[in-house]
Design a protein around this ligand. Structure first.
Ligand code: C2E
Ligand code: CA
Ligand code: CA
Ligand code: CA
Length: 274
């Protein structure tokens, strides 16, 4: 039995090493892909909950590795965060998105900001440089971030967010309702929007707890005068209930999956002529 246990341990260690080696390979390949401009940016529509017309898009990074397989964003973003490539990747996505979205004057552009990017002392300057280079109006840019870093490193994060807001960039809190239970930090930061996590939207029609939490979040957003977006909306039933609950914006497969820039061009052209 002892022998077997040891074998199992060895196999386990092999697997860990294998995964680590694979992640290192991927990190190198990702870095190369960035230099070769092989990272793509797709855009998912965000709609007004009442009119259901498109009011904005969220930029989402896409990567097809040299093996031909698409690497999931959750996976390559975490690899980029571990290896530090995320600073370059984040600014690359921002710049590409600003260039694409310049052709969509009525739409707000949402771009994700990784907590790791906050460690870069040049973050604010880098973002402003991208806006300058692309002549993209700050008022049309919304940066999405998750709460973990903001709570744990408030003294570092707060001035960064204040500086961005002073430039007219809006700040959205992403994946709200998925992690921390503390909400005290909502008083310290001035956010513009809460994005309700997909898991709550998912549970909404199935369990009462999700519905109650959703209603509480809606009240919270209202009293703090924050805009409210629900993510991961897949059914009309969800959309109707979310609109009634007080979500002004909706995002999810019901309204459109993330698509290349040309598809957004086509959607806008269709609404103009049709
Ligand atoms: P996120 O910021 O929460 O983005 C929303 C994710 O939900 C996207 O997954 C989107 O495709 C997916 N989604 C949207 N509507 C639905 C729906 O109705 N049903 C379901 N099941 N899923 C839906 P995606 O593109 O795979 O990205 C995953 C995560 O990777 C993002 O979550 C974000 O945290 C991260 N990410 C993607 N691009 C970037 C980027 O450029 N920078 C950073 N820092 N993170 C990124
Ligand atoms: Ca997001
Ligand atoms: Ca989210
Ligand atoms: Ca997320």
């Amino acid at each position: 039995a002892k022998h077997q246990g040891k074998n199992r341990l060895c196999r386990y260690r092999d697997e860990i090493d294998g995964t680590r080696a694979k992640r290192l390979d991927l990190a190198k390949e990702l870095d190369q892909a960035l230099s070769d401009c092989l990272i793509e940016v797709h855009y998912q529509p965000i709609v007004d909950s009442r009119t259901r017309g498109m009011t904005g898009v969220e930029a989402l990074a896409r990567w097809t590795a040299s093996s031909g397989e698409a690497v999931r964003p959750d996976e390559f973003i975490s690899i980029a965060e571990e290896s530090g490539i995320i600073n370059k990747l984040g600014l690359y996505v921002l710049e590409k998105a600003c260039r694409d979205a310049a052709a969509w004057p009525g739409l707000t552009l949402s771009v994700n900001l990784s907590p790791v990017q906050f460690r870069s002392p040049t973050l604010v300057g880098d973002i402003l440089q991208v806006l300058n280079r692309t002549a993209f109006p700050a008022a049309r840019l919304e940066l999405e971030m998750t709460e973990g870093y903001l709570i744990e490193h408030r003294e570092r994060a707060l001035p960064v967010i204040e500086a961005l807001r002073a430039e007219g960039i809006r700040i959205a809190l992403d994946d709200f309702g998925s992690g921390y239970s503390s909400i005290g930090y909502l008083r310290q930061y001035r956010f513009d929007r809460l994005k309700i996590d997909r898991s709550l939207v998912n549970g909404m029609l199935r369990d009462e707890a999700s519905t109650n939490i959703l209603q509480a979040i809606a009240l919270l957003a209202q009293s703090l005068t924050l805009d409210l977006t629900a993510e991961g909306v897949e059914t009309d039933e969800q959309a109707q209930l979310l609109q009634l609950t007080g979500c002004s914006s909706l995002q999810g497969y019901l309204f459109g999956r993330p698509v290349p820039a040309e598809a957004i061009d086509a959607m806008l052209a269709a609404t103009r002529t049709g």
